[in-house]
Design a protein around this ligand. Structure first.
Ligand SMILES: [Zn+2]
Length: 221
């Protein structure tokens, strides 16, 4: 993303602040360690709180800046490795914000936000990663399903049933990857010439038109 996009300047604003917070915490911890070299990690957490994640910091900002960072991450991640990468790198943590963005953008009548709404709705419908134990049966490999061994005795492997049961773990990642790929295709149709960045800029520069709108109040609280 080039520097002269409005969305980039808003993202920079957030990250400059993030760096200040992070620097302050590191400085304070360093000072505490100098004063008391035996200070434990638990004491540090008690005194200075948990380490900030970028998302913790993001929550301190206005909805407009949250929208800018959420859209900016989406844009950059999808450009690099598609929605799958965006999710895999943890950015889908803020997928609920996309629904508000879609709603506001749609109300503002910005081009493509009707189609983006569909994409953002689907993003929010893709199931979380799951890994479950599954059971399946197969013909017994010892007796080839006959239930008896060469001497005519009951097969010890399947207890004479001819069938053995296996258990294994299966996850839903393949299904999820397929859904993410579909979203890539939809998204690429809207962004074949990088037009989305300009539309995101329009959305963000007009964002305040909707600051007092009842429909978006829930986001501001
Ligand atoms: Zn058997």
């Amino acid at each position: 993303m080039q520097k002269d996009y409005y969305i980039q300047s808003l993202m920079d604003e957030v990250y400059d602040e993030y760096d200040v917070l992070l620097d302050d915490r590191i400085k304070n911890i360093k000072k505490a360690r100098e004063t008391n070299p035996n200070i434990t990690n638990r004491e540090i957490t008690e005194q200075f709180g948990e380490a900030y994640t970028r998302n913790d910091v993001l929550k301190r900002f206005s909805p407009k800046l949250q929208a800018a960072v959420t859209l900016g991450h989406l844009y950059n991640q999808v450009a690099n490795g598609g929605f799958y990468q965006w999710d895999d790198n943890g950015f889908s943590e803020n997928k609920h914000i996309l629904l508000d963005i879609a709603m506001i953008g749609n109300n503002l009548g910005i081009m493509y936000f009707d189609k983006l709404s569909k994409i953002f709705e689907l993003v929010n419908k893709i199931p979380e990663y799951e890994r479950n134990m599954v059971f399946y049966e197969d013909v017994c490999p010892e007796c080839d399903g006959f239930g008896v061994d060469d001497e005519g005795d009951e097969c010890g492997c399947c207890a004479g049933t001819g069938v053995v049961e296996y258990e294994d773990f299966k996850d839903n990642n393949e299904m999820r990857a397929r859904m993410w790929d579909k979203l890539d295709t939809m998204y690429e149709m809207l962004n074949s010439n990088d037009e989305l960045l300009l539309l995101f800029d329009e959305f963000l520069s007009r964002y305040d038109e909707w600051k007092d709108n009842e429909n978006v109040q829930h986001w501001l609280t």
